[in-house]
Design a protein around this ligand. Sequence first.
Ligand code: F6P
Length: 552
Amino acid sequence: MQSRESLPSWQKLKRHAQVMEQQHMNDLFAGDSQRFNKFSIQLPSMLLDYSKNLITEETVSHLIELAKACDIESWREKMFQGERINFTEDRAVLHTALRNRSTTSFILDGKNITKQVEQALNKMKNFSEQVRQGKWLGYSGKRITDVVSIGVGGSNLGPQMVTEALKQYSDNSLNVHYVSNVDGTQIADVLRPLNPESVLFIVSSKTFTTIETMTNAHTAVKWLTASSFDDTAVAKHFVAVSANKANAMALGIEADNIFDMWDWVGGRFSLWSAIGLPIALDLGFEKFIELLEGADEIDKHFCQAPLEQNAPVLLALLSLWNCTFLGAQSQAILPYDQTLHMLSAYMQQAEMESNGKSVSWDGAEIDYSTVPTIWGEVGINGQHAFYQYLHQSNNVVPADFIGSVESVTPVQGHHETLMANFFAQTQALMQGVNEQQVRADLKAKGRNEDYINKVSPHKVHKGNRPTNTILMKRISPHAIGSLIAIYEHKIFVQGIILQICSFDQWGVELGKGLANKIAKELQNNSINIEHDSSTLELIKYYQWVKNETVNQ
Ligand code: F6P
């Protein structure tokens, strides 16, 4: 297989990076009054400005040449046509079929999966309406007031991030809670104030074998049946979303109360399926459809817009440029909207579980830097925590700033202050302040020469820090659907360019398997498998302290 590094466009980018490293964005802006127009895209729900990257038209043209040489367009077609591009697991990657709102059908292995999707959506609609309207009753005849969604990773992050983002759209007919951590503290906290007679549990697990989710589900069953003194209560208070019907039924969940998942939907791309049930329960089914419509709009943009104006393609290429060619090691996701406070956690799984790998399609080691560490926090809180590092450390951290023009919770004066910071930060990160400016400023403030000499170096900001700005019109189900779909396709394009299989997660399996074996040792207070001396002594210490406590 031809390595990406041997492509002429890759080599051009490598040479070009050396030239660009000597440039400052201030000069690029000063030299081109059209820079914003050239390097921004308007989409129906948002504006993407990527002009504050260390790029020129030449950079973009080399990046597009690379994208073409990597056959992005034909890979995109393969994904949408259901080819088994998740080749290590021999699966198609068709989460786009879940949000297809047009009349065209998705066919997989000769089967019209659009029909299956429609049926699943109808089942979600009927169920969510019944629960929301108080027609679904618990074992004692009470209506459901609280929903507890149990799941982890892709079976949790998407729905939880979206329900948080769209809280203002909920009519509060139900209280939706999430349990993902196997640390009993979380489920205990969630269950403490709830009345078992009016709680509905959704156990979301594609495999229905994930130990954390299974442990939480069994605890929930015990909690419910302890109050109802009746095992059949499970049928009225539990539904499952899973591809493993047998295991879900073994928990006492009725076949009719199991919502399908398919192997052509990866966990971290699954919020568009019945994994999104908590969203539909919280917001109502119509809003869930609006979410799908927003994503579908981006699917069309991704398939139809030329690469040069294609938002996901450009975001992927910019990430590659900043990380692989300019050497950035991490990327910050910085939402300036409280509703998006879980976005960086969501993006961590989406990008790092997909592309945090170092072996190419043919099994060869990749020896260039692939995707960055994704991290972040709500922007304003970040400003008072780690932005110092963003502005002045000698590690450059490219950042995506995401904000909205209109607040969903207008409180007089707040949004302007918030957005003033949003605009100020990207300008400051890009422009910086040079020594001359610092000295002039201190002089104007009446500082003496000694003070100026001492303090000036500390106040210099080199600037030239790359950022993308996504300015949404308003946070809405449609806009959130679009935002997530942009990032999903960005991740897909990154994977193709880097020759990484984005849809498996073997790195998670290794630790999972070992944890299952150690769990037996902890349960039986024994050591049964071989450990390195560090792990062995840690486990022994754990068991010793536990035994001491028990014997006291
Ligand atoms: O974190 C690893 C992972 O396999 C994710 O990809 C998946 O979303 C999550 O675990 C949960 O898996 P399941 O839905 O099968 O419980």
